[in-house]
Write a protein of this length. Sequence first.
Length: 371
Amino acid sequence: MLDEMLKKFHEVATSPRAQMDKYMKEGKEIVLTAPVYTPEEIVHSMGFVPMGAWGADIKINRAKEYCPAFLCSVVQSILELGINGTYKGAKAIIIPSLCDTLKSLGENWKYAVDGILFIPMTYPQNRKPDFGIRYTKAGYERVIRDLEKVGGKFDEAKLAKSNKIYNEHNQAMRKVDALIAKHPEITAAQRSDIFKSAYFMLKEEHTKMVNDFIAELEKETPEADKLNIITSGILTDAPQLNEIIDDLGLHIVADDVAAQSRQYRTDVPEDSDALEALARKFANMDNCSVLYNVEKPRVQWIVDTAKERGAKGVIVVMTKFCDPEEFDYVPIKKACEGAGLAVALVEVDRQMDRFEQVRTNIETFRDMLMM
Ligand code: SF4
């Protein structure tokens, strides 16, 4: 039973286009949601299927005509997929303004990709004060107006319902993360599939799959311990990276990964004004390289979470040319080493096909954990 469920997560995680086609055949419309945070609840409430667009491990050709070489491969591969027709049939793409590279993606998208409307979501730098919350809400109102242009209809009561569906999904994802921490037999690759598949399914469907999986896994006796670690970064879905983590007997007991747990830490507060509540969710979010925090609490969050989950070290998976993550690396390294945690830094790129250097770095890190 568990194997079948894990197979299904893998199937969805590795076939986003098939998922798009399935929903389109059912008469549903697709709206693409780019990293790092998009108001998916709004998209969902307006009758669309939000489909994560975090790029893919592909060769970049046409996007090079628009992007300088130093833009991260996440953004370049999203544009490449837009140009080469992989997203054909989608109605729109929402691209948030959370880093400089993402800002350039939207402008390039307008010229490079036909037939898929670019919808910007401009977030405030100071998201917590009242004026920041009002700014975020105004940004969401603009997204709503743009989604109306492609046939969506906004209704406050429907948004309240979608907020609830997303909160339930957050809770399921937090629960599965904590449960996998106690089950070393769930591999890094399988864990990645569970998180990645969430981007290509309606959240109510994914919540059900995750809750069924939790119920089955809770019946199992955990297998022998491995070496506990946590991962940090933007993306850790490269199959070769997860294979190395699994080959070396490492077990991910928590993550600080933008495409994984960072998405699910904060719920929409319960409020009679559903849109205001969604803006307050964004205000309440923390501990992420693209969210402005003077004191960088993310650093302590990593140390505390590693200790709480019994991790001996942290693998920082750095997406090449990602400025926000590069800025945070030095304080993370200092804080972890100060707390007695080993740190490995590995660089990844969506175009990378050779992982020998990554393997050598993680092997050395594993040896340090065994000392
Ligand atoms: S990987 Fe880094 S630079 Fe690229 S879009 Fe994400 S946050 Fe921005």
